[in-house]
Ligand binder design. Structure first.
Ligand code: MLT
Length: 408
């Protein structure tokens, strides 16, 4: 008899963004003439930068010719891309990362979700609340939690992020082995300073813990004093894995390309306390389960690091960040307290009512989709998240409609 992994039964019946899509589709069906503006899931609307498209086309042409055709590539990614990542994303910021510590992949969602496969099942795990649901759900699927009660899974240590701590979690009061951090944060848009990250790195080194650091939104940091990578913090090479993505940075949500950094000095321990190389283990897993990102996509990603690619990417990010500041300004003027939107594309808004009620109100009265904060955890109740990823004219229109709905 085919048997189920019963840990799946502990999960909410659908993934947050699937649930939202379901509700939006049902609303659209009932109101076919209503124009809906989507500021919910962080999905980009601008076309790929011109430099990426040119590199993409050229690489497709390479595939049309026996002399330049590529079959299987290196599972970890082509040298041409890994070297540029190491140089421009890390060494240029004095972060000591080498090309062979980078694993190119098809998404930070998959990587943050898959990485937990390397860990034992009796770990103590700290996750922020609110949190990107993938970190939690994948540990639930693997059986590292108990059941879901009162908005939380038993067995996880929740790091509460609230207005009282400016949405930056404090160190845990009990020992944990694995820590998920995300800065700039999804969903709150909060950012961490060097000294805040240093506390986490020091904690992890002391406890032989590991930090999984999601930096998918680093390109949206405008404040020059803020770190973009955890490897800008001394000691992080020993205790942190970092996830990056081209999805939001360069519009690759549909094209798919990301990478994970696993420093060679990062160790993991067996039940006898012997240390093993995390890099070798992730390499083993990656080569077994993944055959690499396609050559044309990696060439398109490489183009981001050219002078023209970098300036086109900056222009697109600036457009989204103009949207972010308009959203933040309008919602603040309406009397809502807001976080994010200054160094991140998400604005986290204290809606002062049940978050799904706020979601329904904006959908039904303004035709605008946001994300209910409760979907990210118990501390998200009462909040909504508005994403800046859309065309400026749509954001302007959405803000007029939201303004009307909130004064009606
Ligand atoms: C979000 O809206 O939180 C993100 O787009 C989800 C993701 O990147 O998977």
């Amino acid at each position: 008899m085919i048997r189920l992994n019963e840990h799946y039964l502990k999960l909410n019946s659908s993934y947050l963004f699937s649930e939202i899509a379901k509700r939006v589709n049902a609303f659209q069906k009932q109101n076919p003439s209503k124009e809906i503006i989507r500021l919910g899931i962080g999905d980009v609307t601008n076309a790929l930068p011109k430099a990426c498209i040119e590199a993409f086309h050229k690489a497709v042409d390479d595939m049309a010719n026996d002399a330049t055709f590529k079959g299987y590539g290196p599972e970890q990614g082509y040298e041409f891309l890994r070297e540029k990542i190491a140089r421009f994303d890390f060494q240029a910021r004095n972060a000591d990362i080498e090309a062979d510590e980078i694993f190119v992949s098809d998404g930070a969602k998959c990587d943050t979700g898959n990485f937990q496969e390397l860990f034992s099942n009796d770990l103590s795990i700290a996750v922020p609340d609110p949190v990107y649901p993938v970190y939690v759900d994948t540990n639930v699927m693997a059986g590292r939690t108990g059941s879901f009660e009162n908005g939380r899974y038993s067995g996880l240590y929740y790091l509460e992020c609230t207005e009282d701590n400016d949405f930056i979690p404090s160190l845990p009061s009990q020992k944990v082995d694995l820590i998920y951090l995300c800065f700039p944060n999804n969903p709150t848009g909060a950012v961490a300073t060097r000294s805040q990250l240093k506390q986490w790195v020091d904690y992890a080194r002391k406890e032989k813990a590991l930090i999984l650091f999601d930096a998918a939104y680093e390109a949206f940091i405008y404040d020059l004093s803020l770190p973009h990578s955890i490897y800008e913090i001394e000691g992080a090479r020993e205790c942190a894995v970092e996830f990056r993505s081209y999805s939001k940075t360069a519009g690759f949500t549909g094209t798919r390309c990301a990478y994970t950094v696993v420093p060679k000095s990062c160790m993991i321990y067996d039940s006898q306390g012997n240390q093993h190389s995390l890099h070798s283990l992730w390499n083993r897993r990656h080569c077994t389960k993944f055959n690499g990102v396609s050559y044309p996509v990696q060439r398109a990603a490489e183009a981001i690091y050219s002078e023209e690619g970098a300036s086109q990417v900056r222009e697109i990010i600036d457009q989204y960040m103009t949207n972010a500041s308009m959203i933040r300004k309008t919602m603040t003027e309406k009397g809502y307290s807001c976080t994010g939107g200054e160094n991140s594309p998400y604005i986290w808004i204290n809606g002062k009512i049940d978050s799904w009620m706020f979601f329904d109100k904006l959908l039904s009265e303004a035709g605008v989709v946001c994300t209910p904060g409760a979907g990210f955890g118990r501390c998200g109740e009462g909040y909504i998240r508005i994403s800046a990823f859309n065309k400026k004219e749509n954001v302007e229109k959405a803000l007029v409609r939201i303004g009307e709905a909130l004064t009606a």
